[in-house]
Ligand binder design. Structure first.
Ligand SMILES: *Cc1c(COP(=O)(O)O)cnc(C)c1O
Length: 378
């Protein structure tokens, strides 16, 4: 019996505790201190976005996006059903309605050819989620949005250092949201950031993030007192979290390179299984440079996924499925609606499994994963 190969193992750079000690010594523990400033600088450099604001989660950043988009009761936002809960929940919190369209068969991202048919006179925004750090067809999505006067919000929770036609994910639409949750590539336990790509929205984003006040301007000495300006909440992380994140961001390129190497190794090992028709490997369109966030396979329609996962588990391999499509969830049925057929969503979500992938997984472990999968599929 080999030791269990976990699905995820958070990787520490070794500098996190030193930076946390520094934040402790600074005696500056609330948000927007020196470590937050360092993180903002690094993220601006990585993404090219003019307005980066750390948040306590990607969920928080998505909620800020929906506030900044001015969503209200009756408004509609087009998005995939194959996504994380927070993508839709942020819209529902503003009283607006998620409208689910189908996903593409290759990338499992929103099918841009289905968006136009889902637009009504209540549509306000398109929310594009980049699955596995593989970019959505942003050129088409931006064209559709421009033609219909819609905002584009990117759920780039999984997208750090990934690109679409050379542009960093999260920096392409009007607004973007990233996650530093412990399961993502670059982590701070819980954490995230908002990317404000339209400079005229930055001041408003700062207010939404600081309890609806202009405290950010006050701290910069731009106003002599701060007051309640608009409706907001508290979305900023404290400095201890920012200190941890600073250590991770410094290593973001190295983390990505190591994940990509493990991803490529799976891709090579799994080629024979794809040739024999037992699995379909991930597809990365030419316009996309991904970041090795997820390695998934789609099982043959006749395979029994529950059985495959339990065979893997018995062999010490922790593989997992992914999103239960939101339209089939209780809250999805209550708060959202579906536009057109979700055939691909239902088919692919039921056949997908994700393999263990983390910085430090060995080639021996990866070989064991693939051999076990192959045996379970025979
Ligand atoms: C992880 C994830 C989120 C939520 O991120 P948190 O930082 O945990 O709030 C949202 N959307 C997608 C697509 C994700 O993968």
């Amino acid at each position: 019996m080999t030791a269990t190969i976990p699905f995820n193992r958070p990787w520490m750079t070794g500098r996190e505790l030193g930076y946390i000690a520094e934040a402790h010594a600074n005696g500056r523990l609330a948000g927007d201190g020196p470590f937050t400033t360092r993180c903002h600088q690094m993220l601006r450099q990585m993404t090219g976005s003019p307005g980066v604001l750390l948040t306590h989660s990607c969920t928080a950043a998505l909620e800020m996006c929906c506030s900044l988009a001015g969503l209200g009761a009756g408004d509609e936002v087009i998005m995939p059903s194959f996504t994380f809960v927070s993508t839709a929940n942020a819209v529902v919190l503003r009283g607006a309605t998620p409208v689910f369209v189908d996903i593409r068969e290759d990338t499992l991202n929103i099918d841009e050819t289905r968006i136009a048919d889902a637009i009504t006179d209540r549509t306000r925004a398109i929310l594009a989620m980049h699955y596995a750090g593989v970019g959505c067809a942003m050129d088409d999505i931006l064209d559709i949005a421009r033609d219909h006067g819609l905002m584009v919000i990117e759920d780039a929770a999984q997208g750090i250092l990934a690109r679409y036609r050379g542009k960093p994910l999260g920096s392409i639409g009007d607004l973007g949201a990233m996650s530093f949750h412990e399961t993502k590539n670059v982590i701070s336990g819980e954490g995230g950031c908002l990317l404000v790509n339209r400079p005229e929205l930055i001041a408003e984003a700062e207010i939404v993030r600081e309890k609806g006040t202009d405290r950010s301007r006050f701290f910069r000495g731009e106003v002599d007192k701060y007051t309640w300006q608009a409706v907001g909440s508290s979305y900023l992380p404290g400095e201890l979290v920012a200190a941890f994140l600073a250590a991770q961001l410094e290593e973001a390129a190295a983390i990505t390179a190591r994940r990509l190497a493990a991803w490529e190794h799976y891709h090579a090992l799994l080629q024979p299984l794809e040739v024999s028709g037992l699995v379909r490997r991930p597809r990365v369109p030419e316009a996309c440079e991904h970041n090795g966030h997820i390695y998934h396979v789609l099982l043959h329609p006749d395979a029994d996924r529950v059985n495959v996962l339990s065979r893997l588990k018995d062999a010490g391999v922790q593989a997992v499925f992914h999103y239960v499509p939101l339209h089939s969830s209780p809250a999805g049925a209550r708060y959202a609606r579906v536009a057109g057929s979700l055939e691909c969503t239902e088919d692919l979500a039921a056949r997908l499994i994700r393999l263990p992938l983390w910085v430090g997984i060995t080639q021996v472990q990866q070989a064991h994963v693939v051999e076990t999968l192959a045996a379970a599929l025979q």
